[in-house]
Design a protein around this ligand. Sequence first.
Ligand code: NAP
Length: 303
Amino acid sequence: MDLLRDAGFEVREGGLDATPAELVALAPGCDAIVADPSVPVGPELLDAAGTGLRVVANFAVGYDNVDLAACRERGVAVTNTPGVLTNATAELALALTLAAARHVDEAAADLRTGRWRGWDPGAYLGLELSGATFGIVGLGRIGHRYAELVRPLAGELLYAARSPKPAAEDTLGVRQVDVGELLEHADVVSLHVPAAAETTHLIDAEELRSMRSHAVLVNTARGPLVASEALAQALHEGEIGAAGLDVYENEPDVPRALLEAPRCVLYPHIGSATRTARDGMATLAARNVIALLTGSEPVTRVA
Ligand code: NAP
């Protein structure tokens, strides 16, 4: 906001708790909308802003909250914040991988609530990651960084992607397989593809059944990739070993089935929550707005 004000723009703040109606009331006459991933940007908000609206600058790399077709129809540009949050999100995926594989949250909760009765050779037995096969779905910026981070642990690194990544195959030793083969063989499956019609419920009951019974599923990408009820059931029935989630289908709601599922580590969408990443996102969003409104090409345009 400081960058925008210093550039001479008036900033209207919606605030974190603004309702959709409040945002619509704030929009008339705006040249730019800066939205975070929890704000749906569709025809109503775009039309409320009016014909002067030039850009929707999303404060995230994922832009599934923005109706791209509606923006294109109205000649409104859309930008996102790639790259600056890659390390933060990949590191959180690593944290979820370790926490889920070793039942860290469950063990810590037992200690804090007085249920821990002392060292027990049979308690909290998790999956050892050294030598494990890691399967990465989507080897883009974050998937690639996650591969770099887990490489020292991995016995084998598999990836699924729409297009081959020969450079990563050379430097990281990753091997491309289809999603089905990846799910069947991986000890750890980490998701890094965007939310889109074709990735909705990429992991559903059938996919969960095909995974190894000790496998760990990690999702730091977007909630709709995983069918929540099917995941909860797979955990109850021991079809997979554990899950680590940062994102949910209807945030901020977290399905009760997941809250009650065993061996399920749940974080509140904190993938990009480092100071470095959030400063980078804020700066990039502001630079995109300023560029667009001063006649330059934005730094990171998606539409
Ligand atoms: P990226 O560099 O664009 O990587 C996404 C990868 O997924 C690409 O390699 C891409 O293409 C592949 N892909 C795209 N659409 C696909 C589809 N329909 N089916 C299969 N693969 C597809 O994006 P990124 O910067 O790594 O970010 C990935 C996602 O992480 C974002 O979209 C966002 O939703 C999520 N994210 C979450 C947080 C958080 O706070 N938890 C923070 C940042 C990002 P190819 O397969 O052709 O290579």
